[in-house]
Structures are given as structure tokens and as C-alpha cells.
Write a protein that binds this ligand. Structure first.
Ligand code: CTP
Ligand code: CA
Length: 222
């Protein structure tokens, strides 16, 4: 019912989002991943759809239902997430990177389960850097309006603004991981060219609607 009364702030806009963690296999039963429930990304996908946008959501492994009227593409690894994003990005006006992408992946995934008896007491895993999906999208010649997330454990303002400038993003949503991880609520600060805007702390759906309103506002000013 709430959705019915939402103003259609993103009518006619096409939004592509990433959400959740990625999972980088090490062997058939193990891998490297990040802590991310996917709740914020899914809430944002839902808020964009409720605001009238056509929404595609590229999701890492999460156990969440697909929001109404959202096209969902499930992936496991950062490389799969990148491929899915690059396939859909030409049709997007807005890209929002909410995913907690694993920064590194094992150089090799073992075909069979790694056995303790074969390895002994110390296991060394060689990892290599994953591509930065958001930075890549933001540097495309016909880049959509790009929004990043910065989940930090300290120095939020410094790190969030540095990421915004380094990846050349008009907007970054910053939050302290202590405030949001896994929970239904969040507390975020928006960073853009005009400065910092703190949203009222609340449920992730309310925060998502606040972010959508801010994006719509910025696009209107273009
Ligand atoms: N991101 C991405 N691809 C990656 C890493 C990050 O698309 N390989 C995106 C995230 O979805 C998020 C933003 O970049 O929107 C910031 O991610 P974050 O992990 O906070 O920053 P990093 O640049 O990876 O730096 P660090 O992890 O060292 O803080
Ligand atoms: Ca990272």
C-alpha cells in the first residue's frame, strides 16, 4: 500500500544494481566471501521499482525474495557479477553498486575437496585481485549515473569521499558497518559534490527511499 502512494520519482529510468556478497571458490565446498546479507541492495532495488524505474538486480548468493517487478540475475563470483553487469549496463541510466564484492579470489580453485591429511597444519592460499566493477562502469565512455557504497569500520567521511573521487562517482552512500551489517536498519551519510547529507537512521526500506529521492533530485538538476 505504501508503494501506491510513493511519487514516481524514477519513472522512465532504467536502474542496474549489484547486491549481496560474492563467493570465490577455493574447492567444491569452500571459498572466500564477504559479510553481506544483501538487504540494503534488495531494499534499494525495491525502492527504485516502486519509484517507477525498470530495475535489473545482479545478486550474489543471498537468501532473499526478489522484489516485485525486479529482473534478477543470480551470480556467485566477482567475475560473473562483472560479466552480468557489463552485459546489462548499456541499457541502464543509473548504476548502483551495493554489492560487497570480494576484493580477491583464489588463483586456483581445487577440483576436489582440499584434505587436511594432504596439507598439514598450515595452508597458504594464493589470491589475486578482482576487477573493480563500479570503477569500470563509471569509466565507460557512455557511463550511466553511478552510485557507490562505502561500508567502513572507521574514518567514514575520509574513506567515503576518497572512494567517490577515486572512482569518479557523483554519489557515494557511506555507512559504518557497526550500524548496518545484517540488520534491518541502517544509518547512512550521502556524499556528493555539494557535501555531506545525513539521512535519518531507520529501517533499510526508509533509507532506500531517501537514497532514491536524492538520486532523483540530482538527476533533475542535470
Ligand atoms: N566495488 C565493485 N567491485 C569491486 C569492489 C568494490 O563494484 N571489486 C564497489 C562496491 O559495490 C561499492 C564500492 O565499490 O559500491 C566500494 O566498495 P568498497 O569495498 O567499500 O571499496 P573498495 O574500493 O573495494 O576499497 P576497500 O575494500 O579497500 O575499502
Ligand atoms: Ca572492497
Amino acid at each position: 500500500l505504501t508503494a501506491f502512494f510513493q511519487p514516481k520519482l524514477l519513472a522512465g529510468r532504467r536502474v542496474l544494481l549489484t547486491a549481496g556478497p560474492t563467493f570465490e571458490p577455493l574447492d567444491p565446498v569452500r571459498g572466500l566471501t564477504n559479510s553481506s546479507s544483501g538487504k540494503m541492495g534488495f531494499a534499494l532495488a525495491r525502492a527504485c521499482a516502486e519509484a517507477g524505474a525498470e530495475v535489473t538486480l545482479v545478486a550474489g548468493p543471498v537468501s532473499l525474495p526478489t522484489p516485485a517487478a525486479v529482473t534478477r540475475i543470480d551470480v556467485q563470483t566477482a567475475l560473473e557479477m562483472r560479466a552480468a553487469v557489463l552485459k546489462s549496463v548499456a541499457a541502464a541510466d543509473i548504476f548502483i553498486g551495493v554489492a560487497a564484492v570480494a576484493d580477491y579470489r583464489p588463483v586456483q580453485a581445487s577440483e576436489h575437496k582440499i584434505k587436511k591429511t594432504a596439507v598439514g597444519s598450515a595452508l597458504t592460499i594464493e589470491v589475486t585481485a578482482n576487477p573493480d566493477i563500479l570503477a569500470e562502469v563509471a569509466s565507460l565512455p557512455a557511463a550511466p549515473f553511478c552510485v557507490g557504497f562505502a561500508a567502513e569500520s572507521q574514518n567514514l567521511a575520509d574513506y567515503a569521499e576518497s572512494k567517490r573521487l577515486a572512482k569518479k562517482l557523483p554519489l557515494v552512500v557511506g555507512n559504518l558497518v557497526q550500524d548496518g551489517l545484517g540488520s534491518d536498519g541502517n544509518s547512512v551519510i550521502l556524499f556528493d559534490d555539494a557535501g555531506q547529507h545525513k539521512l535519518t537512521p531507520g529501517p533499510k526500506m526508509e533509507i532506500a527511499r531517501g537514497i532514491v529521492a536524492h538520486i532523483a533530485n540530482m538527476l533533475e538538476q542535470d
